[in-house]
Design a protein around this ligand. Structure first.
Ligand code: PGA
Length: 253
């Protein structure tokens, strides 16, 4: 395991109404109140952010959004700005999740603008990258990751990016029950870290946290977390039930 403080992040996607989200978040808050040396973050739907942030006030569970718009305000029907997220109580925001890339036309260029917007508002971006099954089978995993990282972080310098979190999520492992083996995860994480070293230098690359995402469950989390470049998990399905999610937070027990 790495010396970086692990982050276990739950992405609730389009699940849970405000009331359901508050109930689950309050339960999680109690379950993880004694968690030490680990950070926890929950990303509910936009409509539940404010309520969940209120329910988690003063706890060790941070709140994140699942997306944002890069502009501060304007005629962008259906979009939400960084300032709105901050006021709702968010400290984090997931950017470039594969479902947004796949279903909503998110590109490396829009991801880049969103990372910029998040950082200027003081939000911690959780920058998601990952290859599809076809890309892996074609031997393109590293070239895909290389492009996503270079273009997603284009025009940034080391200082701008402090605090950013990267999430490696092989698309073929998301919601499929097919987890990458811990060796596959480590290999991708190592590749990403060495690319970040090339682009931004060693102090940045050795401090940045790289989360693994894709069918993380209580029975595989520990093995993944034992790998030297795996610094946490971005969890979909297994974050919906507070009991199950709390087992991921206590991966070390
Ligand atoms: P999963 O989702 O844990 O359900 O595979 C991960 C994610 O999409 O972040």
């Amino acid at each position: 395991m790495s010396s970086r403080t692990p982050l276990i992040a739950g992405n609730w996607k389009m699940h849970k109404t405000g009331f359901q989200a508050v109930e689950a978040a309050s339960q999680l808050k109690r379950l993880v109140e004694d968690a030490a040396d680990v950070q926890v973050m929950l990303a509910p739907a936009f409509s539940a952010l404010f309520q969940v942030a209120q329910a988690l006030k003063g706890s060790n569970v941070a709140v994140g959004a699942q997306n944002l718009h890069w502009e501060k305000q304007g005629a962008f029907t259906g979009e939400v700005s960084s300032e709105m997220l901050v006021e709702a109580g968010c400290t984090h925001v997931i950017i470039g999740h594969s479902e947004r890339r796949l279903f909503f036309g998110e590109t490396d260029a829009s991801v880049n603008r969103k990372i910029q917007a998040a950082l200027s508002a003081g939000l911690i971006p959780v920058f998601c990258i990952g290859e599809t099954e076809a890309q892996r089978e074609a031997g393109e995993t590293f070239s895909v990751l290389d492009k996503q990282v270079r273009d997603g972080l284009k025009d940034f310098v080391f200082d701008d990016l402090s605090g950013i979190v990267v999430a490696y999520e092989p698309v073929w492992a998301i919601g499929t029950g097919k987890t990458a083996s811990r060796e596959q995860a480590q290999e991708a994480h190592q590749f990403i870290r060495s690319l970040l070293d090339t682009l931004f230098g060693k102090p940045f690359a050795s401090a940045v946290r790289i989360l693994y995402g894709g069918s993380v469950k209580p029975d595989n989390v520990r093995a993944l977390m034992e790998m030297p470049d795996v610094d946490g998990a971005l969890v979909g399905g297994a974050s919906l039930d507070p009991e199950t999610f709390s087992k991921l937070v206590f991966f070390n027990n």
